[in-house]
Design a protein around this ligand. Structure first.
Ligand SMILES: Cc1cc2nc3c(=O)[nH]c(=O)nc-3n(C[C@H](O)[C@H](O)[C@H](O)COP(=O)(O)O)c2cc1C
Length: 126
């Protein structure tokens, strides 16, 4: 069975491009092992992340994420079983302002002036 989680949190550190790049590359490699796919949005110090995968992997990652001191005020928005992945091709796609782009960052989708990214359409809370 597949499961999906969507949560929001606030960064506790001043994340720059390199810190985000590091977080993302580690997340993508661990997610590939756990068969997790998803999307992470970072805007104005706030994270919104959607991730999905086998229920045991989702639980394992959720425990890790909640322990992580790099963010706080973690609020679970959605947790439910699902039949179909929303991000089948991304071990963790990433969206933020285009100025954060680091060369070689996989799955980067910059947000536009209104704060929207093409991938956010998939992130609705249903
Ligand atoms: C906003 C945010 C999103 C994260 N997303 C992921 C993720 O998708 N996959 C992942 O393996 N780690 C992610 N991490 C890192 C985990 O919280 C954790 O540091 C890492 O999985 C190592 O887990 P461990 O402390 O249980 O060994 C994220 C951290 C933050 C702050």
């Amino acid at each position: 069975m597949l499961e999906r989680i969507v949560y929001q949190s606030m960064a506790t550190e001043d994340f720059g491009s390199l810190a985000l790049f590091q977080l993302l590359t580690e997340a993508q490699s661990r997610n590939a092992q756990l068969q997790i796919t998803g999307h992470l949005l970072f805007l104005n110090g706030q994270f919104t992340q959607c991730f999905e995968g086998p229920a045991e992997s989702v639980e394992q990652l959720w425990q890790s994420i909640q322990r992580d001191k790099r963010h706080k005020d973690i609020e679970l928005l959605v947790r439910h079983p699902t039949q179909k992945r929303r991000f089948p091709e991304w071990s963790m796609a990433f969206s933020t302002q285009s100025t954060f782009y680091v060369h070689g960052m996989k799955g980067f989708f910059p947000v536009d002036e209104s704060g929207k990214s093409p991938l956010m359409l998939h992130c609705s809370i249903d």
